[in-house]
Each structure stands twice: as structure tokens, then as C-alpha cells.
Ligand binder design. Sequence first.
Ligand SMILES: [Zn+2]
Ligand SMILES: [Zn+2]
Length: 278
Amino acid sequence: MIKFRQIFLIILAIVIPVVRGQMEDISFGEKHIYVNTFQQYIEKIIFGSIGGIMQYLICCSIVEYYNPMPKNKLRLQNIFREIRYGIVQLIFGCFVSMSFYYYLYPYTPYYKYFETHDYTLFHFLYGITFHWLWTTCVGYWTHRMLHLKYFYRYIHSVHHSFKEPSAFCYCAAHPLEGFIEGNLLLHTAELILPIHPMQTMIYGGMMAFNDLFAHDGGKYDHSDHYRHHLYYVVNYGDAKIDRFFGTAYDPKNYPVKEKCTYLPDFKDKEHPLFQRYK
Ligand SMILES: [Zn+2]
Ligand SMILES: [Zn+2]
């Protein structure tokens, strides 16, 4: 069985050249600030979307390849439906982020901050820490808000229509959900503290990998998100926050679902396929 480190190295080998190609004119050292012309704005939406879709398809395919779930007709139908939503989400997300940098960012307090201030290790450390705190804490409550009746019916139900998701599901959602839980969380942090836009992009990529493994439901699903899809009202976000607010999964409160819809007749409950159904 392949180790996580090997998967991580393969993903890095794929992602680094693509990201470097997309962002060759954005670097910490040269202090470039994002999208300066309308031509750049259009180019970055097109190339950002293509790069994002390529990374999505390649990385999720690798993770799905090592998922023990058999690739039968039901599983493949589910994956193709996830991909249809996922690709739309990636294009929309790229459009929103580039629109933010082109149309709104020049009017925010920390625009071109790093043209007058050197980017140091201190900026990197507090930026990563703040982004993590912000996306984890605010992300938890925005996710709970999406479970309110109106938001759930019109927005979040799309993501929950995948009851037993694969890695491809991480961005398979209503475009407004991607906007609220992705673009909005990432860019509002840039309005509160001076955070380099490139750091935001890298952090967004790290969030994507974390979500990808969360939807694969394997041992790298650290926040047990797979059970959020099985039981709806548990495990909204980070495991510690869920425990703190009393929303962590507890088998005493919910009947254990021992059935996998991809394999309704499967009997061996000790098989790795059932690790999330116990
Ligand atoms: Zn999910
Ligand atoms: Zn949910």
C-alpha cells in the first residue's frame, strides 16, 4: 500500500510546475501585486481555471485510485456527477478571486502593502496562523449557517446530495457555497491584516488538499468529514471545535449506518471499505 508521503510527493511534483507557470509574474521577492490590467485579469481567469481543473482531475484521480471502494457503475456515476459540479465551481471560484483582486483589492487598506514593506518570516507566520484561525472558526459557523432551512434547501443541499462522497466531491457544491466558504473566507482575512496575495493562494491550495482528503474518507480525513455526509448534523468542521460545541459525532446519538450504497450486498463488515460505517 502506498504511503501518504509518496502521494504527497507525487502531488507536489504535479502541482509545483503548474502553479509556478500560472504565477510566474507573481512573487514575494519582486513585490508584484496581482492583476494590474484587464488583459491580465482575463488571462488569469482562463489559465487559472485550466490549471485548477487539471490539478483537480489529476490529484483526485490519484487519491481515488488508492481508495478501496470498487470503481463500479454506481461509484463512477457518483464521481462523474461530482466532476460536473466541481469543474463549474473551480471556474467560478477563479473568476471571483481574480475579480476581487482586479476590481476590489485596490480600494482595500493593505493593497500594495508589500511594495513598501519587506515580506519577512514574521509576515508568513502570522499570515498562516491568522488564515487558519479565520477559516477554521468562521468556517465552522458559516457551515452551520448553511444548515439553516432556507440556506440548506437552496444552496447546501447540492453538496449533501453526495451521501458517500469521493475526493472529487470536495468542490462539488452550489457556486454560492464555494463563494461563501472559499473566496469570502480567504479574502476577508486580507482586509483585516496585511497578508500577501500569493500567500492567500498557497493557503487556498492547502485548504483544497485538506478538503480533498476529507471527502476521500480515508485515514487522512482528520476532521471525520465523511460522517458529516453520512449523518448531516455532526462534524461540521475542525474536530476540536465540533467537540467544544457538542456537534462531534457520537455513535450513542445516531444509529450506525452499516450499509454502503455502492455495495448493497457486501457482507464482510471488517473489510477496509467499511472503516467509516462502523
Ligand atoms: Zn463535504
Ligand atoms: Zn454540511
